[in-house]
Design a protein around this ligand. Structure first.
Ligand code: NDP
Ligand code: ZN
Length: 351
């Protein structure tokens, strides 16, 4: 079978490999819609997870089940499913401990395009199908559904981890697709004043539509200065980091109030140490909480993300700026994600 792969750090290309087979609880899925992720870019071109040889890329997919193992109860061949980027081992101690995304080791729930072949393939393997797949709701457009695998769950998790109180002031740093979903999530969770930090026009327009009250263009002056000036030096209650660079965590600590929360879903691709500013962190005693997390995966999470769409709370399909058709366009879509033209938010490939 064909797949579009990371050949080694900095190199991608097509490979031929064996079609995967299903264990007793697993499924084999044929993708019908996929999307590349900025995380694929960190993994390939920054070598952020270390080297990976001939590993098929991609972790955002909607597909049709081709085969299930004998113990799978709720799904059968022919079912259309939303596949989460994170597919934990639900029979693990970490899952019992409330962090299934870290089942069997840190980031262990992130398997596609990390520890096993991803979804940019003719077929891919899903562990524990009953616990990790969600049926595609009748009539849900593929462009919408494929945004749930990773973008919606990750952005909204950023908002959940930020401990947003009703009416509190929130800043979302980075308004690519993850940050935009964080803006939507913060809005749902009750943010009052909501700053969105970014510069691409397409993203800015959508951030305002999703609930941002003000845009901070970090290219027109430091975001710290701009947000402190707009809040009379007080800062914000919660910061969600969904973009930026190695210094963004430092910026976040500078703009959050004592007692506030910094919630990070950004993937830091380079460097060994992330800086925390000593003074603004209250010389260690600021009650400023810094949190970070891999998104929640699994079936229930996907079903809930689908409900957010079905009942009109989020409209993630509006982030899809580029739609391609056919397997051969996976490379083009991934390269777009790497190059980030100004009119791009998120590409999707329909198969
Ligand atoms: P994008 O690259 O599309 O968006 C990044 C955003 O950050 C843009 O709005 C960009 O602004 C802004 N930005 C860039 N530099 C700065 C800066 N110096 N200061 C402030 N803002 C800046 O990324 P995605 O939305 O696709 O992904 C965001 C991050 O989330 C990535 O690191 C990705 O790997 C990670 N991720 C994490 C997951 C998790 O489970 N935790 C899952 C999926 C993704 P501009 O408008 O100018 O482009
Ligand atoms: Zn991703």
């Amino acid at each position: 079978m064909k797949g579009f792969a990371m050949l080694e750090i900095g190199k991608v290309g097509w490979i031929d490999t064996e079609r995967p087979s299903a264990g007793p609880y697993d499924a084999i899925v044929r993708p019908i819609a996929v999307a590349p992720c900025t995380s694929d870019v960190h993994t390939v071109w920054e070598g952020a997870l270390g080297n990976r040889k001939n590993l098929i890329l991609g972790h955002e997919a909607v597909g049709v089940i081709d085969e299930v193992g004998p113990e799978v109860k709720d799904f059968k061949p022919g079912d259309k499913v939303i596949v989460p980027a994170i597919t934990p081992d639900w029979r693990s101690i970490a899952a019992q401990d409330g962090v299934p995304m870290h089942s069997n080791g840190m980031l262990g729930g992130w398997k596609f395009s990390n520890s096993k072949n991803g979804v940019f393939a003719e077929y891919f393997h899903v562990n524990d199908a009953d616990m990790n797949l969600a049926l595609l709701p009748e009539g849900m457009p593929l462009e919408q559904a494929v945004m749930l695998s990773d973008m919606a769950t990750t952005g909204i998790q950023g908002a959940e981890m930020a401990k947003i109180k009703t009416g509190s002031t929130v800043a979302v740093i980075g308004i690519g697709p993850v940050g935009l979903m964080a803006v939507a999530g913060a809005s749902i969770l009750g943010a009052g004043r909501l700053f969105a930090v970014g510069s691409r026009k397409a993203s800015v327009d959508l951030a305002l539509e999703y609930g941002a009250s003000e845009i901070i263009d970090y290219r027109k002056g430091g975001l710290v200065e701009q947000i402190l000036q707009k809040t009379n030096g007080k800062g914000v209650d919660s910061v969600i980091i969904a973009g930026g660079n190695e210094n963004t965590i430092s910026d976040a600590v500078k703009i959050v109030k004592p007692g506030g929360t910094v919630s990070n879903v950004n993937y830091y691709g380079t460097g060994d140490i992330l800086p925390i500013p000593r003074i603004e962190w209250g010389v260690g005693m600021s009650q400023k909480d810094i949190r970070g997390g891999l998104t929640t995966g699994g079936r229930l999470r996907m079903e809930r993300m689908a409900d957010l769409c079905t009942y009109g709370r989020i409209k993630p399909e509006k982030m899809v700026t580029h739609v391609f058709e056919g397997f051969d366009n996976m490379e083009k879509a991934l390269m777009l994600m790497k190059e980030k033209p100004r009119d791009l938010i998120k590409p999707v490939v329909l198969l």
